[in-house]
Design a protein. Structure first.
Length: 756
């Protein structure tokens, strides 16, 4: 046989060491992510006393795949719809954190006398908390279902999006062109354009595809399709200048809105765990002891900067976003580390040749140390709050803790606000869809038409066909852009309310008509040599025909309804199966109480017990609002209702109460059977002797099943025939019965017969 490839050897080494180390960390009740990092250091070339990885480049590739699948899973858990429901709070917190941490990083770099470019890139690295590390830490610590964890993940997602803008800005600075407002605006527009385009097209097309293929998709096919969509979006994201991980996250957020989302999450989890482990191992492999010793003071200073900076400025940022002091401190302390995007920014600086060689390993060392400290910082938040609460005046504490509740009691929105915001979003979305459609038509259809209709004279025929097809395709978008919200309740109320409102209302219609005419003008300008006046006239006539066309109106309405249905498909499925959260949950959030779902394990000691026997309210202070069992939903269960394996319990309580409940549910389980070999069932024949205690007794009276855990399966008749033994049959001398049971039980039965 040929020699085993180095990649297989490296994977065997990594997974073996990672398995051993994580078992130790599991025994010590430490987060597994720390075990992966330690395992990476042990197999790295920087650890000379142990076997090390041969080809680090292959492992880096696998680690990149790990980041991609981790963010894909993250997108499945945290969809864009969830983030949008949180309003402006995550945006305020994210911008504040990035600005403060960048300033801190630049200041620390200057204190050590590093170059301006090193300081600028260092600021960018320190501003990016690690989404994957925090996500893994929350998972290991069992905090994903707590309210503050959702807030942190929303900010981290926005940080990842803004990191792309930051990388464009840093590239501009490195090239010497500077970070002017035009470049920044261009980057933001580009990100917004592709985000809206991918999300709208994805929500329209992917649920429709999955719905049509649902009958053909078993678990295996669904897994392959999901991972294929993830990788395809990652490639597309890279092609347009974004990271592959960002594209994977976008696809995850699209699939999160489908009915198949929960099934995809379960199917992808083993793949995510495998490649995620390799990613964290690869982070540990970058630890260099020489760098740690030579730059010990800067590393210590940067670690301290991150810990203190995020604890202080992170908490302050979340308070600006409307969180109470307690919740803000939990969020801020959780973000005290750097990770994958910091590595990407460092790699960008190295590839551009604008940062010093020492900066990358220093950042890796800081990332590893802060990764180790992440779970401890998360746990430290509550004691730090309790300590601060004792030292601050009670009036301050009460004001800060009720800041979130007071910030939510805002006045009702004005009619203008309710009209203009949806109208603006509608215009932006359909503008992006129209622009993307025109770009596709000019890139693919126009050259195809020229090849289909060759010759100089037929060139203009090809352009004419391309133009007509393009206008027809975008006509539903243009009509929706112009007509949407013109007959809404707010529009009519403002129109009837005052004559002063009519001019600005007509202006909103005129602006949208001008945008729609501009698209027709651009198509004509690209494909013809008409005068500007003629192209404007064609544009106005085309828009009037589009508005008056009943067919285009029906198409526009149909497409919008299909999009809304796809966007709400998961909510509809949840309502049908009784899985959707009750509406009163939002009221509970104002009072530091929320609802969380818990699955009863298959080996739980609670199974078969009634709620009265479990006495969960007395033990943990929680309330069981619903029990979800299969497709059934049992609301407001009473004390006689039983708990069974696989039940999903909807529980109401505070973060502390729910944490205690989760811990008890996970811990109160039957121990694993470590003697499986003894559970083997055997079949034996037993002859009823003259002095047997079974002679003259019926099968029921012999109590073979009850006392010996064995079962009589038949009575021998001849050499090959067995007859069923009825419960009323009385055993006779010479009967040969066949008995099934475990070896120990059969031995006990035979021993009893011999003894008697």
């Amino acid at each position: 046989m040929g020699e085993l490839p180095s990649l297989i050897q490296d994977l065997a080494l990594i997974l073996t060491v990672a398995g051993i180390v994580t078992l130790i960390f599991k025994k010590l009740k430490q987060p597994l992510v720390l075990g992966y990092v330690v395992a990476g250091f042990m197999v790295s070339p920087h650890m000379p006393y142990l076997a090390s990885v041969v080809d680090t480049q292959d492992i880096k590739t696998w680690a990149d795949i790990g980041v991609m699948f981790l963010l894909f899973s993250l997108g499945l858990d945290f969809s864009f719809k969830k983030i949008l429901k949180m309003g402006a709070s995550p945006i305020i917190s994210t911008v504040t954190i990035i600005f403060c941490m960048m300033m801190l990083g630049i200041s620390v770099g200057h204190l050590f006398g590093w170059s301006n470019m090193d300081c600028i890139f260092l600021g960018g690295m320190l501003a990016m908390s690690s989404t994957t590390i925090i996500y893994k830490a929350f998972d290991d610590l069992g905090l994903q279902q707590q309210q503050f964890a959702g807030l942190v993940m929303s900010v981290l997602i926005l940080e990842d999006i803004l990191a792309i803008v930051m990388m464009v800005m840093l590239s501009a600075i490195a090239s010497g062109s500077g970070a002017n407002g035009g470049q920044m605006l261009s980057s933001i527009i580009k990100i917004a354009f592709f985000l809206v385009l991918w999300f709208v097209v994805g929500i329209f097309a992917i649920p429709l595809f999955l719905r049509r293929m649902r009958k053909l998709m078993n678990n295996e096919v669904l897994l392959i399709v999901s991972l294929g969509l993830c990788c395809a979006m990652a490639v597309l994201s890279s092609e347009v200048g974004f990271s592959s991980a960002f594209g994977a996250f976008v696809m995850g957020s699209i699939l999160a809105e489908t009915i198949e989302a929960e099934k995809i999450i379960k199917l992808v989890e083993p793949v995510k765990n495998l490649f995620g482990a390799i990613f964290f191992v690869s982070v540990g492999m970058l630890v260099d002891l020489d760098i740690l010793f030579n730059y010990a003071l800067p590393i210590f200073a940067l670690v301290l900067t991150i810990l203190v900076g995020q604890a202080v400025f992170g908490s302050f940022a979340f308070m600006l976003g409307g969180e109470s002091l307690k919740s803000a401190m939990k969020c801020g302390f959780s973000m005290a580390q750097i990770g994958e995007f910091s590595f990407i920014i460092a790699s960008l600086g190295l590839s551009l040749g604008v940062i010093s060689d020492f900066l990358y390993p220093v950042v890796v060392a800081v990332s590893v140390i802060t990764t180790f400290l992440t779970p401890y910082m998360i746990r430290l938040a509550t004691p730090a709050y309790n300590s601060l609460e004792k030292r601050l005046p009670n009036k301050w504490v009460r004001s800060l803790n009720h800041l979130a509740m007071s910030s939510q009691s805002t006045s009702g929105k004005s009619k203008w606000h309710r009209l203009l915001i949806p109208m603006g979003i509608n215009t932006v979305v359909y503008t992006i869809l129209s622009a993307a459609t025109i770009a596709v038509m000019f890139t693919f259809v126009e050259p195809f038409m020229h090849r289909l209709i060759p010759g100089w004279r037929n060139y203009w025929y090809g352009n004419a066909v391309t133009g007509l097809v393009t206008v027809v395709v975008i006509s539903p978008f243009l009509r929706a852009m112009v007509m949407k919200k013109n007959h809404s309740q707010e529009f009519r109320a403002l129109w009837d309310e005052s004559n002063v409102n009519r001019v600005p209302l007509l202006f909103t219609v005129l602006v949208r008509i001008i945008i729609a005419v501009a698209f027709i003008f651009y198509i004509c300008h690209h494909l013809t040599r008409f005068s500007n006046a003629l192209m404007i006239t064609i544009g106005v006539i085309a828009i009037l025909l589009i508005i008056l066309s009943r067919w285009i109106k029906n198409q526009s309405i149909h497409m919008e309804r299909l999009f809304i249905q796809n966007l709400r498909s998961r909510d509809i499925e949840a309502q049908v199966h009784g899985h959707k959260r009750p509406l009163y949950e939002g009221k509970l959030l104002d009072r530091d109480i929320h609802i969380a779902d818990f699955n009863v394990p298959a080996n739980s000691t609670w199974m078969g017990k009634s709620l009265k026997d479990l006495n969960l309210g007395h033990k943990f202070g929680v309330h069981i609002s619903s029990i979800l069992r299969g497709n059934r939903r049992l609301n407001i269960p009473d004390g006689q209702d039983m708990v069974y394996p696989g039940d999903r319990l909807q529980v109401i309580g505070s973060d502390e109460q729910l944490s205690a409940f989760r811990h008890a549910l996970d811990e109160e389980t039957f121990e694993e059977d470590y003697e499986l070999e003894k559970r083997e069932m055997r079949l034996r024949s037993i002859s009823i002797a003259e002095n047997s205690p079974f002679v003259g007794k019926t099968l029921q009276e012999s109590r073979i099943r009850d006392e010996y855990d064995c079962m009589v399966v038949g009575l021998e008749e001849g050499e090959e025939n067995l007859s069923q033994v009825k419960p009323t049959y009385r055993f006779q001398k010479g009967d040969i019965i066949w008995v099934v049971g475990e070896e120990e039980s059969l031995s006990k039965l035979l021993h009893h017969l011999v003894a008697d």
